[in-house]
Design a protein. Sequence first.
Length: 416
Amino acid sequence: MKLSKLFGKTTKEISDEAESANHRLLIQGGFVDQLMAGVYTYLPLGYRVLKKVENIVREEMVLAGGQEILMPALQPAENWKQTGRWEMMDDLFRFTSYYTKKEFALGPTHEEVLSPLAKKFNSSYKDFPYAVFQIQTKFRDEKRAKSGILRGREFLMKDYYSFHSDEEDLDKYYEKMEKVYDKVFDRLGIGKETYYTYASGGTFAKYSHEYQTVTSAGEDMIYICDKCKIAINKEIITDLKNACPKCGNKDLREETAIEVGNIFKIKDKFTKPFDYRFISKDGKEKPVLMGCYGLGISRLMGAIVEIYNDDRGILWPKEVAPYDIHLISLNSDEEAEKVYKGLQEEGFDVLYDDRDISAGEKFSNADLIGIPIRLVASKKTLAEKSVEVKERGKEKTDIVKIDRVSKELCDLLDKK
Ligand code: ATP
Ligand code: MG
């Protein structure tokens, strides 16, 4: 992609409201545009990152056995009245049709659609367990939409639901999903900062579990046990007598964090209101049990920026970077164009700064956008049939012969 043609531009202007790093840097880097509080357009650069996060999550959910579906965001009020959440849920967007005067909700989560849907297909013990998931735009009337894409009123979520014929099976599945989640965070480059966190379980289980990523932009307070590498949400720390539930350690480290995902045994909370039961092997009717597993796709993208930034801009982890390489031409457009085409033919995703602006501006834009590798093609390097290679996170630059650059880039990017 040529920067001269890219839809969306880097900008120095930024509103005073943009306090968090992701809010500021994603707007300044031309990744997103804010339509109103908590509502964003993903511009080409930002959409590429969002898609990469989404695809990593999708791959792992499919590997876990989930089948992908897409449920409607527009939902009838009746389903929400049936579970009591029409009245109870503060952040549910509700509205009335101008023509029919019927009431509707915009989906903040999808148990109310999925339970009656699943009931249509799977009601024999032979059908269990099974799981479906979706990656979809959710709507929530958040009291305060803040911290950029960490808390939106419209945001992208992955919601995965498993269905079981008994508790033992649900417990087993839940444990499996814990491992799946760990893998997702590792692949996204935030495994080290993300803690499996004990949180309140509501009325149905002793605990639920959240995945909390440590960042000053977070809204939650967690207490980390460095021995077990787990955390406890502040909301239950006194119930747990200020000690790690695994090892009893009381020497816990307090941090602010953002909840990027959670897993929950909701059992029959949402199957019961829809009378979703199954016929067991011995011919008896029994309640269907559910597990729910959420991940905030857009929030994850924001959390990655919160972790990977410096005073010059973003440092995208390779797996989610919008492009592999940021190529800069310094007064040598014809030759740089050849390098650009060559790299693309070799399978690299290249963002090519072919604009007629100063070198300083090109360099500072490259740092702001944060693509893992910067290549500079100038008269000087090209005279030696070379380009300059620099990693975003490092100060060191290397001069590499053009015929060897592909190999070098593969090594740096862990590509084959
Ligand atoms: P929070 O406590 O942050 O409001 P929640 O408990 O309401 O989160 P869930 O209903 O469990 O969140 O949603 C699943 C996941 O969706 C969360 O773990 C989070 O990553 C993401 N998420 C929730 N609300 C938002 C939001 N307003 N904007 C972006 N992502 C969100
Ligand atoms: Mg919430």
